[in-house]
Design a protein around this ligand. Structure first.
Ligand code: UT7
Length: 329
């Protein structure tokens, strides 16, 4: 029997219309466009302004677009996975909420929490379900309303994050393409450098936690940066080596878009020219688990069947991950 390999059969992205530019941020905190661009590569990001909408609404738009584009009927979806660090609520899962809004009935859905590495962690889970024959069609969506946990009076982190969502359809193929290899890593040492202090079972919400701004992102940027630069470069090189990929036969690098300088370090380690690196950090900033599918969505027209792609990410936890894909359409 031919071995089934899970593969991406379609991708769709959604970003809210409102733009928050570096110039806008100059009016909000003590920063400037030149600093932000040279230290992060970001010029603007999208923000979901409507307070009645949340991550599930961004995810819903991405999934609806994906289903329409791939001519997939709701009845064909066997599983919906959402990766998010900004769930609408602690429970139910944002995947359950997207399922409900889509009108899915009896379809399993759950969230994956691996912060910025969430999309690659999600790919690894979807891959298992498809390759063991349990499910035929899996929808994986990364959806983030990062603006809901960003303190727009704190210049140390408000400049990098943005809102958005990206979704992929994963199915089996018998061709020589698909999600070939995945590497996942984590190290709890990272929790002290990057977390949201309150709102969970450790520090439930109180008047004090709100007054102390403990529901916003706590990020020690320089410490996270140091780890990210090393680990994302290391894991990207590792997945290349163990799959005999070289700067010549690797067609695309799809990095998590946290900071252009982190991407540059990984690109240098991999020995890749600029034209092989997907970048959209300049206009969307860091959308956490949505950065990679948003890149795939924007570059989809340029991808050819058989192209070799390396995806890699680093984020809160710490978590980091890489995937080797042979594009299938
Ligand atoms: O998504 C995955 C998880 N997150 C990441 O991967 C983010 C990793 N970290 C970063 O990308 C960077 O650390 C930041 C972009 C967040 C910050 O850049 P940095 O080059 O690490 O800056 P820093 O925190 O080391 O600060 C350097 C200087 C400081 O001034 P002094 O002490 O040297 O006078 C800061 O006060 O830059 C100052 N600074 C700013 N200046 C203007 C910090 N933020 C700003 C700002 N505008 N927004």
């Amino acid at each position: 029997m031919t071995k089934l390999v899970a593969t991406i059969k379609g991708v769709y992205g959604y970003v809210p219309a409102d733009v928050l530019s570096n110039k806008d941020l100059e009016q909000m905190v003590d920063t400037n466009d030149e600093w932000i661009r040279s230290r992060t590569g970001i010029s603007e990001r999208r923000i979901l302004k409507d307070p009645s909408l949340a991550s599930s609404d961004l995810g819903l738009e991405a999934v609806k677009g994906l289903l329409e584009k791939t001519n997939t009927d709701l009845s064909e979806i066997d599983l919906l996975i959402c990766c998010t660090a900004t769930p609408d609520m602690l429970f139910p899962a944002t995947a359950n909420l997207i399922s409900g809004k889509l009108g899915l009935k009896d379809t399993p859905s759950f969230d994956i929490g691996a912060a910025c590495s969430g999309f690659i962690y999600g790919l690894s889970v979807a891959k298992q379900f498809v390759e063991n024959g349990a499910y035929k069609k899996v929808v994986l969506v990364g959806a983030e309303k990062m603006s809901s946990i960003v303190d727009y009076t704190d210049r140390s982190h408000c400049i990098i994050f943005g809102d958005g969502a990206g979704a992929v359809l994963i199915e089996a193929t018998e061709e020589e393409t698909g999600i070939i290899d995945i590497l996942l890593k984590s190290d709890g040492v990272g929790s002290k450098h990057l977390h949201q202090k309150a709102g969970g079972s450790l520090n439930p919400a109180t008047l004090e936690t709100v007054q102390n701004k403990e529901h916003f992102i706590h990020q020690e940027g320089a410490a996270v940066f140091k780890f990210a630069v090393t680990k994302m470069a290391e894991i990207s090189a590792q997945i290349m080596e163990r799959n005999n990929l070289t700067p010549e036969n690797l067609d695309w690098f799809v990095p998590h878009q946290a900071n252009k300088r982190i991407i540059d370090a990984a690109q240098r380690r991999m020995g890749l020219p600029d034209e092989k690196v997907m970048l959209n950090i300049q206009k969307f900033g860091n959308t956490t688990s949505a950065t990679i599918p948003l890149c795939l969505w924007e570059w989809e027209d340029k991808l050819k069947k058989g192209d070799n792609l390396v995806l890699s990410a680093f984020g809160g936890g710490f978590t980091w991950a890489a995937a080797y894909l042979k594009w299938s359409y």
